[in-house]
Ligand binder design. Structure first.
Ligand code: ACO
Length: 329
């Protein structure tokens, strides 16, 4: 039997039109462009309006990815949406996207792995395709964390932005392109370092137990920074090892865009030259599950990612979770 490969046939993106610059932020909290740019590399980010949500951005990205792939919505077998900021606790955001795009024959589910969500969702989709269970899968990565940050907390509100990216994976036996290897890791012992406590079954919104617990994102910046630097290198080295290749064989590195210093330190550990490292954190900030597909989208649009190239993606986030995918584009 021929091996089935999960090949990226289309890619799309969805971003809000509203831009929030560092100077804009300096009018809201006690911060400035110099501090934010030096510590994070971020200059501006996109922010949703009240009417824009995870599903509205996801639908825009999904439609573009389907057009690009030349695949009709009703040819999709599965819609997976990686998000931790879906429109509602239920129904799933993937079902809202499935309905809006008219994927009438597809199953749909959400996957929550924070900023590593797209890594996990792509790995899940490709495993289903390789097993012959499904042929066409839409994978959306989207987060709108601007709706959950504390806009009075300068240590977190400057970091996040909103955005979505989507890919269409198609099962093929006539190519060596596709998702080659995947690594997924977790350490729930670090759960307390990034969390949003309220709104789940532990502290339901507006219940007496909500009490003093915050309905905003909490992040222990320094602890997450230390974890991120180790996690990025760890996931990439395991991935390269499993694939039996070295960093020299990588044509493009598309890491999760949380902080330029974290990206540079991972690139240094892997000895990757700057021209092989994709960066757009300066324009989008940390868009969580949207970050990696948004990076892949721009890399392809700008001609830095072409069919046949080997791209390594890596992500880390709340959980703690981290992981990496190796894809022949
Ligand atoms: N503007 C100006 N000053 C600030 C700001 C700000 N926006 N934020 C914090 N400061 C101050 C602090 O109060 C502190 O002042 P002090 O020394 O007087 O106490 C000083 O700057 C240094 O603060 P640190 O927190 O030590 O700054 P650090 O260099 O660690 O940078 C940062 C903070 C950017 C948050 C960094 O720790 C980081 O990037 N962490 C990782 C974040 C990350 O990757 N998150 C991913 C989340 S993924 C997910 O799943 C959602």
């Amino acid at each position: 039997m021929k091996t089935i490969h999960a090949v990226v046939e289309g890619i799309g993106h969805g971003i809000p039109s509203k831009v929030l610059t560092n100077d804009d932020l300096s009018k809201i909290v006690d911060t400035n462009d110099e501090w934010i740019a030096q510590r994070t590399g971020i200059r501006e980010r996109r922010i949703c309006t009240e009417d824009e949500t995870a599903s509205t951005l996801g639908v825009i990205a999904a439609r573009e990815a389907l057009d690009h792939a030349g695949i009709a919505p009703d040819d999709l077998d599965m819609v997976i949406c990686a998000t931790v900021s879906g429109d509602m606790p239920f129904p799933s955001t993937s079902c809202l996207i499935q309905d809006a795009i008219g994927a009438s024959k597809a199953g749909a589910f959400d996957l929550g792995a924070a900023c590593a969500g797209f890594i996990y969702a792509t790995a899940t989709a490709s495993a289903m395709i390789e097993a012959g269970q499904v042929r066409n899968v839409l994978v959306v990565g989207v987060d709108v964390l601007s709706k959950f940050v504390d806009w009075t907390d300068r240590s977190t509100c400057v970091l996040f932005g909103d955005g979505a990216g989507a890919i269409v994976l198609h099962g093929r036996t006539d190519t060596d392109r596709g998702v080659l290897k995947t690594v997924m890791l977790s350490d729930g012992g670090g759960a307390e370092h990034i969390k949003l406590e309220v709104g789940g079954s532990k502290y339901p919104m507006c219940s007496p137990r909500h009490g003093d617990h915050s309905h905003h994102i909490f992040m222990a910046g320094r602890e997450v920074y230390r974890f991120a630097v180790t996690a990025m290198g760890d996931a990439c080295c395991r991935l390269l090892d499993q694939a039996g290749i070295t960093a020299e064989d990588i044509d493009l590195f598309v890491p999760h865009q949380a902080n330029l210093r974290i990206i540079e330190s991972a690139a240094k550990r892997l000895e990757l030259p700057p021209e092989k490292v994709f960066v757009n954190v300066d324009r989008f900030g940390n868009t969580s599950a949207g970050s990696i597909p948004l990076g892949l989208y721009e890399a392809e649009r700008d001609g830095r990612l072409k069919p046949g190239m080997v791209v390594m993606t890596v992500g880390f986030g709340a959980g703690l979770v981290w992981g990496a995918n190796l894809i022949r584009w």
